[in-house]
Design a protein around this ligand. Sequence first.
Ligand code: KG4
Ligand code: ZN
Length: 349
Amino acid sequence: MAFILGIETSCDETAAALLDAKNGALVEEINLSQEHHLWGGVVPEVAARAHASILPRILRKLFATRKVEDIEAVAVTMGPGLMGGLWVGAMSGKGIALALGLEARFYGINHLEAHALSPRIETKTTCPLCPFPYLMLLVSGGHTELMVVRGVGDYHVLGRSLDDAAGEAFDKTGRLLGLSYPCGAALEQLAARGCAENIAPLPAPLKGDESCNFSFSGLKTAMARLIDAEQHPLSDDKKCDYAAALQQVMVEVIADRVQQGVRRAQKETPNLKALAVAGGVAANHALRARLEAIAQEHDLPFIAPAPALCVDNAVMVAWVAHEYRRAGIEASPVLAGLDFTPRPRWYLG
Ligand code: KG4
Ligand code: ZN
């Protein structure tokens, strides 16, 4: 069987995956989340060193029972992300492509494009393939973007965060509440036992704004001021109330921005086919429920990839190469060949 090899090392996930080059079906993936909770966040140098030691082991394992010569295309995340990690993935992928004579089939992948196409990945565990064009909300620890995915390589960004990413608001507030990084899932659990009304009203940045942009840093600062003014240590009940208050306002603000996005997208793209979501924050149940309701209100299907495909992974990276090949584009027009180097900042659209 011929494979597409995907490699992801842009942040704190070291991952590689093999897809069947014929139909994009998943053959095997190995994903390792690095432990950064001791530092309260991802330390770039620590992450890069970890990628350098973990990635070769993952690749060796993937090819323990397969032939490297069966790789037909190599897809590597080239940005945006942390430079050290990007170099590790880039040079490993380029080395393999060079050794196998696959220079023309080396795909430097934009990580945001990988998230953006993830609702289309055809695996047994996900919903049916999401048809173009669709509105995509990408909410992770590093990115917050709202875009219309019109086709392969055709992305119209409607808005993005002007400061922090959505996940950062959960992570930074979570840290103030004594949770360990990444805090989103634990904060959601606290929120389920808390009451947002017990906390002073929080700002809802850009709510009602004409643009489709997001802003979360003012909210984070407001939370920090309120928590600072409390008697410490905080009681468990207080922690739950703060978690509930943050989650409530986050859902409210994101939902408002998505409503605005749907309105704009339906005006500009009357044949809009779905509302899709990806990124770690998309695991939040309250947010998912709200987005599902918005989709229903606008008569759109709501499509969310399985949680393992929502967070950073290498399957989505290899999938982009599959989409390009299926669309008849042998190598990405921008990134053909091995001369391309990582781009820590790389916007879509
Ligand atoms: O996509 P992801 O795994 O990694 C990147 O940042 O690219 O997203 C991780 C982010 C973290 O900020 C984490 O706190 C957040 O997703 N997160 C959540 C939940 N689960 C993960 N945020 C809110 N609610 C959750 N249940
Ligand atoms: Zn990501």
